[in-house]
Write a protein that binds this ligand. Sequence first.
Ligand code: ADP
Length: 255
Amino acid sequence: KFSGTLDISRRDEIGQLAKSFQHMTERLSENDRIRKEFISDVSHDFQSPLLNIKGYANLLMDSELPETERNNYAKVIQSETERLSSLTKQLLLLTSLDQLESPLDPKRFNLDGQLMEIIRRHRWLLEEKQISLAMEMDEIEFSGDPAFLEKVWENLLSNALKYTSTGGEIEINLIDDEENVLFKIRDTGVGIPEEHLKRLFDRFYRVDHSRTQEIEGTGLGLSIVHQVVKLHRGNVEVESQEGVGTVFIVVLPKL
Ligand code: ADP
């Protein structure tokens, strides 16, 4: 029975083996740490809307409550339920991305058409916030997963809308450069301080910024963007200047 420690400084096969065992153990405990952190983040994100729902539901039990208060409490319950629902949807999407076995089952579809449809769905918000939208789009037939890619455009556009204040501007470019598809979305929003850019695509990462704190979000949108883009062997980058605006650039190779 072997009961000693393997010496990683040995230069022979035993030393090599010891080194790779050590590397594997490190990887396993890193995965374990990430999983624990993920579960704790998820629990925390579910806990606060649930507490609000419970609290306001209790208040609603009071039969003496004036009509306006009653409506306000019901509205909080409604918006917290929506928050839970969108969180669940995003988590399910991330899980389905994680569990994907084969790389992709690409379908050919019209990319600019898909993008136009998503923009159309957000028209009301553009109008409500009086944000002007400039677009330049090439016609592109693309091979990829339309359901996943839809989430990329959807998340980037809804972020641009969320983090840009009334009267701002958004510019969208979709360019076909033969080898790649280039998608660029620029906004004149709050911007992101440099020190946050590195972790922006991490799960649950949100910029702790007084100006964005009151804006609702889960911190999952950009990690979905990153994962879907990687799945298509592409790349996503961000450039931003606080108080000036942000540009996200997605490059997807044509399969
Ligand atoms: P969230 O649900 O919080 O919007 P995301 O993963 O989509 O989560 O984005 C992560 C963080 O990146 C956001 O909390 C926000 O601080 C920042 N961010 C994303 N897009 C923009 C943007 N267009 N302008 C400014 N900040 C942004």
